[in-house]
Structure formats: C-alpha cells, structure tokens
Ligand binder design. Structure first.
Ligand SMILES: NC(=O)c1ccc[n+]([C@@H]2O[C@H](COP(=O)([O-])OP(=O)(O)OC[C@H]3O[C@@H](n4cnc5c(N)ncnc54)[C@H](OP(=O)(O)O)[C@@H]3O)[C@@H](O)[C@H]2O)c1
Length: 193
C-alpha cells in the first residue's frame, strides 16, 4: 500500500515553474494574493504532507553542514522521529545533500528519503536535528518502495507532490501520480529551450 499522490503545481502560461522569473501581475493585483490561491488549494486537500525534490529542498531548508566526529555506524533502516502530530515534509535526497538544522520545514516534520550510500556523519547530523529518514534502496532511486514506507511507518494516506520538474517527472515515470492539480499563474516566463 502506498499513499494517494496528487501532483500540485502552479505554472506560468508557457508552462514554466520558477515563479521568480514570471512577468508581473496586472495592476492592482498582488503576487501574494495569487500565491495565496496555491496555499489555499494545498490546504483544501487535507493531505498528510507534501513531497519535494532535493534541489527545491536545498532552496528552502536553511541549515548548514556540521561535521560530526566519530559518528556511529547506523543501520540503514527507517528512523521515525518525534512527529508530534505534524504534517510531513518529505524530501527526496538520495545523496544526503540537504541540511536542516531543525526537525521541520515551515512547521511540517521532515522525513528525508535517502540512498543507503549516505555517510554515517550525515545520518548523525540529521538525527541530531530530529529529522526522520527512510531509505529508498542503495542509490535512493526506489521511489515506489519509499512511498510504501511512508504509509507503513508514518501512516501517510494522501501526499502532495510539489516539484520541481525533475522529481515530478521521476514520479510520473514510476507511475506514482494519481491526480494532477495545476494552477496557471497569469504571467509568462518567456525563456526559450
Ligand atoms: N512552480 C512551482 O510550483 C514549483 C514548485 C517546486 C519547485 N519549483 C522550482 O523548481 C526548481 C527545482 O526544480 P528541479 O527540477 O531542478 O529539481 P527538483 O525536482 O526539486 O530536484 C531534483 C533532484 O531530486 C533528486 N532526485 C531524487 N530522486 C530522483 C529521481 N528518481 N529522479 C530525478 N531526481 C531525483 C536529485 O538530487 P541530486 O541532484 O542530489 O541527485 C535531483 O537533482 C526550483 O528552483 C524551485 O524553485 C517550482
């Protein structure tokens, strides 16, 4: 059993994903109001959490790398932290490149989906932060197995997949997307290629 997965994204009229590049809004309409619609629809799904790719996670997690000397050898098995009833912020980070400095992103509890190849020092760092983690096989590419673990260990029944494009594409390729929710932002990016 895996959670039901809804890919929830906003795009420009020309199908691009980077809001900072979009043209401005019509006069009298604020970007924040438009952005608010995305969050409102996000909340309306009443999902157990959301999933993002490593690049997107690196942009929003604000921690810095700490070197933890003499980290113990840890088994490559699921580690469930103190969730405290919060929603899940799932990051797909096969090589352990994202640094958190705390156990949440925007108040939602982080569950890192890792490859077994990550170092013990990295596992020690994120455990110290209070972050939960699971392993998606040796290389961190068993997305289907990872989704099943999110259901089994974290009780996730419904999750929102929220980009970027690479991780959305990987989920699509693995037939892990059940629904799409797409908001079209009234602006263009305009980049070619
Ligand atoms: N418009 C929106 O609603 C929206 C939403 C989210 C993000 N964004 C924007 O999208 C941009 C990032 O998008 P992105 O497509 O470059 O990156 P992404 O999808 O956020 O992350 C891609 C990374 O995920 C990791 N990954 C793990 N398993 C993977 C697999 N099976 N296949 C592919 N990648 C896998 C890889 O990390 P490694 O490189 O470590 O191997 C890969 O480089 C950001 O600038 C963000 O602001 C927009």
């Amino acid at each position: 059993m895996r959670p039901h997965i809804i890919c929830h994204m906003s795009t420009s009229i020309d199908g691009r994903l980077h809001p900072s590049r979009f043209t401005g809004t019509a006069s009298g309409i604020s970007r924040d109001v438009l952005r608010g619609h995305y969050e409102k629809v996000h909340d309306s799904f009443e999902a157990d959490g959301w999933i993002i790719g490593r690049t997107t996670a690196s942009e929003i997690a604000k921690g810095t790398e700490r070197s933890i000397a003499g980290a113990p050898k840890l088994p490559r098995e699921a580690h469930v932290g103190d969730i405290k009833g919060r929603k899940l912020a799932v990051t797909i980070d096969p090589s352990g490149r994202v640094h958190y400095g705390k156990d949440n992103i925007g108040g939602d509890h982080v569950v890192a989906v890792l490859g077994e190849q990550v170092s013990d020092a990295y596992l020690a760092e994120i455990s110290e932060d209070g972050v939960s983690y699971i392993f998606a096989g040796a290389k961190g590419d068993d997305l289907s197995g990872a989704m099943q673990q999110l259901a089994a260990h974290f009780g996730a029944k419904k999750l929102l997949l929220e980009g970027g494009g690479k991780i959305n594409g990987a989920f699509l390729k693995h037939r892990l997307i059940d629904e799409f929710s797409t908001l079209i932002y009234p602006g263009v990016d305009g980049v070619a290629g």
